[in-house]
Structure formats: structure tokens, C-alpha cells
Design a protein around this ligand. Structure first.
Ligand SMILES: [Zn+2]
Length: 600
């Protein structure tokens, strides 16, 4: 086995003292096992592996020793073998690659887990697929009941556009229909009449009922305006989902099959937190959860914002605080506070510096339309300042160019009044950046959670809509890293369960492959100078995400003292053919020293 040592430090690293304090051991069982082990010898040794440590120097080792829920030593086979006692279990890795468990920094597990509870949702490749689905619902559902097509992004349809109101009317004259692609979506005529929406209906706060420039009639396109629809089911546009423990456990098991051991729920409600804690207490959690808390509008004035922030950190029923950032344990930790600053790239609502441009993709009829900012800059600055005062780490959904501009201005103001450096404030999505904004991120110590699947699936349509010049800074991973900034990979998994069929596909190996190859569907390699190396792409889904959440001392790499969250995979992701990265098979997944998934 080739060992590569980039430093002169000895490879054998052993944790300070092998005794674990009971506070660090999550289950009584693990505690008992740790106490029973003889003379502090490791419980288990995984040997004969290519250990991709993801430590500071990206060192490669051969073996790892575990005790309780921790890694206690990393080194050569001989070095780690020497630590074994008579009771130490030896696991032969057969020369396969051992990596730290993967971390997805953006999922919506409750919404995704319950998204197919009524009926399976097909995947939509074209408008025809959507028509087929709606027709099937028309034949199944009672007249007058809502049919909702959720998160069907026009950027991913063959025709690269939303359906028109007339097209929806033709197939569903008697059912109200909403086809949403995020905060923007199209409704049919039945939905408009049922909701009493006419040319005289005023826009809701921060939303738009798009009207025909000539007739002033509603076109059916609604932007951040679903609140005007009457009787729309609660889950029509929400990542929330139900705290259905069986479905959530099943989803987490699925995550384990692809090597995920940690996730950031980017919008964890109170009921979600209660569910995670109950699963933790019952020893049934198989991924570690960092829980983002959402600060919900309206944001009217400073006093009301302060009250919202205080309420957000309030106590759940089991008397565990729900904030600020960092409270909790290794299983369920409170992460950043998040606000939704703008719309999205996949539905034409992201706040841009220049107009989106008139066209059918997003049914944009206004030449000067630049997307939507959901929070007034003045209020955003107050939110940032008061969040900093209350020790919240902050993030904001910022998809478009202008949203990132506004967010960094607000962060900068909070930095001047309260100070945010060292707090690792974040940008969620951060699809576009600029040299100036990257410099601001450096100055303020800001990182980002980014979704490579969008680069893979949406670049083709976005290029058509925005043109190559504006797309030059779309997902520029290399630029982020070269600036010394931390970006972490994630999926924004919202609906459907299948790793690749979900919206968005949550398979971390797909994300790693896209980050390495920059393969974009329909156009091939996009901006190859922004490719990540394989080692960087692995960091993107491990230590970088840990770092975004102040967890890099607990997980994200294979080093003594860290949690034994490990995966063994069937190929060497550092040397296998590039295109084989995305089909990497996980042989087993370990969380806290316990195997939670094993392939047959
Ligand atoms: Zn999301």
C-alpha cells in the first residue's frame, strides 16, 4: 500500500487518554461497552484500508482504532495493531477506501420524508409528463379540490418553461391547479376564480400577481404570492412536512446507504426538533442533525424582530433550548438562524443585478424585472445586528447576485455595530458571486452552503436565459477556495425519496462528481477552470460542512478524538476513473462507532 505523507509528523496519532467522559457517549450501551473494555484498549480496529483521513495534510493511513463512539488512533497497520488488546475486534477493510462520513449541509428531511405519503410523485422531464400527472390527478380527485405540482422547475423540463394558464385549463377545467417551481408558479383559471383573483386584486406583501401588460388580467403566474390562493393545502409550498417518525427514520436510513452520517436540516421547525430529540433519546437516530432555525416574516420593526429572535431560541417541551446556534449535542445541535432573502434561480425570482429578461422560461413579461427581494434591506440589517447580539450564527437564502450584495451589506453593518468576524456567518445557495463579494466574505469570515446539483441540472437553461457573461461567476468553486473561504456541498433535498430521482437529487457522490467534473446536462463541461480536485470535493462534503457549523473538532475527518463516523466504499475516490465517482458504492456506514448500514 502506498502511503503518502506530506508532512514530517509521525503518522501514528493517539488521542489524549482513552477514557471517555460519559457526557461524550450517547447511549448507555456504548458507555457500558467502553467501561467494560480492558485496560483502555480499543474496542475495534479497522485495518488494511486506504484511510483517506481528510486531515490538514490530506494524509493517507492504513488503520484506525476505535473506542466507544470515538476514533482513538490512526496509523499504519503495524502501529494500530500494536494497540489492540485481547478483546479488540479486528475489522479487515480488504484494501478498500475508508473515509469520514459524508455531510450534506442542506436538506429538508421532514418535507421530503412525507412528500410521497399520498401517492408516488413521478419525475418530470417534460411538460407532457406534467400534463400526464395532472390528468391522472383530475381522474382521481374530486372536482374543486386542489391539484398541486410541487417543485417542478422549468429549468429541468425539456421545453425549458412553465406551462401556461391556458395549457393547464385545457387539461383541468374543474380543478384548481398550481404548478409551483418554488416561490413562483402558475395557476389555472379555476384557481383564480375560486380564489376571487381579478385584475383588481392587490399584490400581497413582497409578492406579485403577474398581470398581462395589455389586458391587465392575471396571467396565472404568481411570484411569492400563494397566500392569495384560497384553500391551498398547507404542504403545497412548504419544506416543513410532518414529524412522521417512521418516514423520517426510513429517509435517514436511505441517507446512510449513500454514506451520509451528518446533515444540516436547513429549516427545522419546533416539531422537527422534538422528533429528532425523541429519536436521539430512543437511540434511533442514524444521522447527526444540525438544525437551522427559520426566522419567518413579516419583519415590521426592531421590537418585533427582537421578539421573533427571542421566541426562536425558546424552550421545546423537553426543556432543551432551541437556540442560539451551537447549543445541543453531537446528535442534535442548533445551527444557524436563516431568513429567506430572495426567490430562486429555478423559477425566475432570484434577486439579480440586471433584469432577468422577458421570455417564456419563467413567464417574465416585464423588461425591467430583476427578481424579488423578500426582506427590505433596512430590516435585514436589523435582523443581522440583533441576531449577532443574541449569539446567533446567521445565514440567509440568497440565490441571486443582488441578494448576495444586500446580504453582505447587512452583515457588514452588523460587523460594524456588534462584530461578526469569527462567527462564520453563512450564505445559503450563493449561486453567483463577484470578486468584490468574495473579498467581503474574506473580510467578514463568511462561508457558504452550495448545491452542485444545480450546476449539473440547471446550467443549460440558465445559460440560455442569462447568457455566458452573467454565468461566468455561476458556482465558481475554485474562486471560493482560492480566496481561502469555506464552502460546503449540499443537495437542498425537498421532495421524493430516491437519491437521484429526488428534487433535488441528494446523492452526495453525484455532488462530488459534479464538483470534480463540472459536467452540466446538455452542454458538457462548464467553466472547467472552476473544477475541484477530488480531495477538495471530498472536503466539500466532509470537513468543510463541519467547519461551516463549528463542528470541525468533532467530525469531518479521521483523526484521534473525533467521532467514529466512517464509511467504507468499494472504490478509491482519489484514483478511480472520474465518471465512476458518482456510482461509488458504500459498503458500510458507521455513526459513533455503530454500523448503521451494511451493503449485502
Ligand atoms: Zn432549501
Amino acid at each position: 500500500m502506498n502511503l503518502s505523507f506530506s508532512g514530517h509528523r509521525p503518522i501514528l496519532a493517539v488521542a489524549q487518554g482513552l477514557l471517555l467522559s460519559s457526557a461524550l457517549v450517547h447511549t448507555a450501551g456504548a458507555e457500558a461497552r467502553a467501561a467494560a473494555a480492558d485496560n483502555g484498549k480499543p474496542d475495534a480496529i479497522i485495518r488494511n484500508a486506504k484511510v483517506i483521513t481528510v486531515d490538514r495534510d490530506d494524509r493517507i493511513a492504513e488503520a484506525v482504532a476505535l473506542k466507544g463512539n470515538r476514533i482513538v488512533a490512526v496509523g499504519t497497520n503495524a502501529e494500530v495493531d500494536a494497540l489492540a488488546g485481547p478483546m479488540t475486534r479486528k475489522i479487515d477493510a480488504g484494501g478498500k477506501a475508508l473515509l469520514p462520513g459524508l455531510y450534506d449541509s442542506h436538506v429538508h428531511p421532514l418535507g421530503a420524508a412525507s412528500s410521497e405519503k399520498d401517492h408516488p410523485i413521478p419525475s418530470f422531464a417534460s411538460l407532457n409528463d406534467i400534463k400526464t400527472y395532472i390528468t391522472e390527478r383530475v381522474n382521481t380527485q374530486k372536482k374543486g379540490t386542489w391539484i398541486v405540482v410541487r417543485y417542478a422547475f422549468p429549468t429541468r423540463l425539456r421545453e425549458r418553461r412553465f406551462p401556461t394558464r391556458a395549457e393547464l385549463d385545457a387539461i383541468a377545467p374543474d380543478h384548481p391547479v398550481l404548478h409551483q417551481g418554488g416561490p413562483a408558479g402558475v395557476v389555472n383559471s379555476k384557481a383564480l376564480t375560486l380564489s376571487g383573483i381579478t385584475q383588481d386584486t392587490p399584490d400581497p406583501p413582497a409578492g406579485t400577481i403577474v398581470k398581462d401588460p395589455e389586458t391587465n388580467e392575471p396571467t396565472g403566474m404568481l411570484r411569492n404570492a400563494y397566500s392569495v390562493l384560497k384553500g391551498l393545502p398547507r404542504d403545497a409550498y412548504s419544506d416543513d412536512g410532518e414529524p412522521d417518525s417512521a418516514r423520517v427514520k426510513d429517509l435517514f436510513r436511505r441517507y446512510n446507504t449513500r454514506g451520509l452520517t451528518s446533515i444540516a436540516d436547513r429549516g427545522a421547525s419546533g416539531p422537527a426538533l422534538r422528533l429528532y430529540r425523541r429519536l436521539r433519546d430512543d437511540g434511533e437516530l442514524t444521522v447527526r442533525v444540525n438544525a437551522t432555525r427559520i426566522l419567518t416574516p413579516p419583519f415590521e420593526d426592531r421590537d418585533k424582530i427582537v421578539k421573533k429572535l427571542n421566541d426562536l431560541a425558546g424552550y421545546a417541551t423537553e426543556n432543551e433550548p432551541n437556540g442560539p446556534s451551537g447549543v445541543g449535542d453531537d446528535w442534535v445541535r442548533i445551527g444557524p438562524m436563516k431568513v429567506f432573502l430572495d426567490g430562486g434561480m429555478l423559477n425566475g425570482t432570484a434577486a439579480m443585478r440586471e433584469p432577468w429578461g422577458v421570455g417564456p422560461t419563467y413567464q417574465i413579461t416585464e423588461p425591467d424585472y430583476r427578481g424579488q427581494l423578500f426582506v427590505e434591506p433596512k430590516m435585514l440589517a436589523i435582523i443581522a445586528e440583533e441576531a449577532a447580539r443574541r449569539d446567533w450564527q446567521m445565514t440567509a437564502h440568497a440565490a441571486g447576485e443582488a441578494a448576495m450584495d444586500e446580504l453582505l451589506l447587512a452583515y457588514d453593518r452588523a460587523d460594524r455595530t456588534v462584530g461578526i468576524r469569527g462567527r462564520r456567518w453563512l450564505i445559503t445557495h450563493a449561486n453567483f458571486t463577484t470578486a468584490e463579494n468574495l473579498q467581503r466574505c474574506v473580510d467578514l469570515g463568511v462561508g457558504a452552503d452550495i448545491q452542485p446539483a444545480w450546476l449539473g441540472l440547471d446550467t443549460r437553461t440558465l445559460l440560455e436565459v442569462l447568457g455566458p457573461k452573467r454565468m461566468a461567476w455561476f458556482h465558481p468553486y475554485r474562486k471560493w477556495l482560492d480566496a481561502g473561504l469555506t464552502i460546503g456541498g449540499g443537495s437542498d433535498h425537498m421532495i421524493r425519496l430516491d437519491a437521484l430521482g429526488a428534487t433535488n437529487p441528494w446523492d452526495p457522490w453525484l455532488g462530488i462528481w459534479i464538483a470534480v467534473t463540472r459536467q452540466a446536462e446538455g452542454i458538457g463541461v462548464f467553466n472547467p477552470d472552476q473544477k475541484l480536485t477530488r480531495a477538495e470535493a471530498i472536503r466539500f462534503y466532509t470537513i468543510n460542512n463541519a467547519r461551516l457549523h463549528f463542528e470541525e473538532h468533532r467530525k469531518g475527518s479521521i483523526e484521534p478524538g473525533k467521532l467514529a463516523d466512517l464509511i467504507l466504499v468499494d472504490r478509491d475516490p482519489l484514483t478511480c476513473p472520474e465518471n465512476d465517482l458518482k456510482t461509488t458504492e458504500v459498503l458500510w456506514t458507521m455513526v459513533g462507532g455503530s454500523i448503521v448500514y451494511q451493503s449485502r
